[in-house]
Design a protein around this ligand. Structure first.
Ligand code: CMP
Length: 150
């Protein structure tokens, strides 16, 4: 069965350009429930841990530097088939290749400054959501604490 949550980051570039409201609106309009939401600035160790899978890639150092350069918005989004549907909504990692109307086509500046992150699998969605939000910070559509199964 497909999981029903994904994890997103509105990245420093999109925050600096005042796109938080527009992006959250597109998320809601697409039928996602915002189950958890925080406005934070990542430490170097948080960004390194979050992007550990990319360590050693040519863009890794710049990615960590960029992701720690300013405030970000993090959120857990709930919807049936959340990971796949959210990846469709945000579009290709490279905004030059993203479909018209997608969040990255509308708000990204480059492959690195690509406006938003979206989990790439159900497993990573759970890991990412649990890394940033404890159970008492997340709510389902009925206002109950959101359970995230292992
Ligand atoms: P994100 O979904 O946050 O996951 C990893 C990030 O690495 C990705 O979005 C991009 O911002 C960045 N990234 C991936 N490929 C490249 C690349 N070729 N050059 C620069 N940044 C990249």
């Amino acid at each position: 069965m497909k999981g029903n949550i994904t994890f997103t980051i509105i990245k420093p570039g999109a925050v600096a350009h005042e796109h938080i409201g527009d992006i959250l609106q597109k998320i809601s309009d697409a039928g996602f429930w915002i189950a958890a939401l925080k406005y934070i600035k990542l430490s170097h160790s948080q960004a390194s841990y979050f992007y550990a899978i990319h360590k050693g890639k040519p863009f890794y150092d710049e990615l960590v530097e960029f992701m720690t350069s300013g405030p970000i918005v993090i959120a857990i989004l709930e919807k049936e088939n959340a990971v796949e549907d959210y990846r469709k909504l945000i579009g290709n990692t490279d905004p030059a290749k993203a479909n018209p109307g997608t969040i990255r086509k509308l708000f990204a500046e480059s492959i690195q400054r690509n406006a938003v992150h979206g989990s790439d699998s159900d497993l990573n969605a759970k890991k990412e959501a649990n890394f940033f939000f404890s159970k008492c910070d997340r709510f389902d559509r009925n206002g109950n604490f959101l359970e995230i199964s292992d």
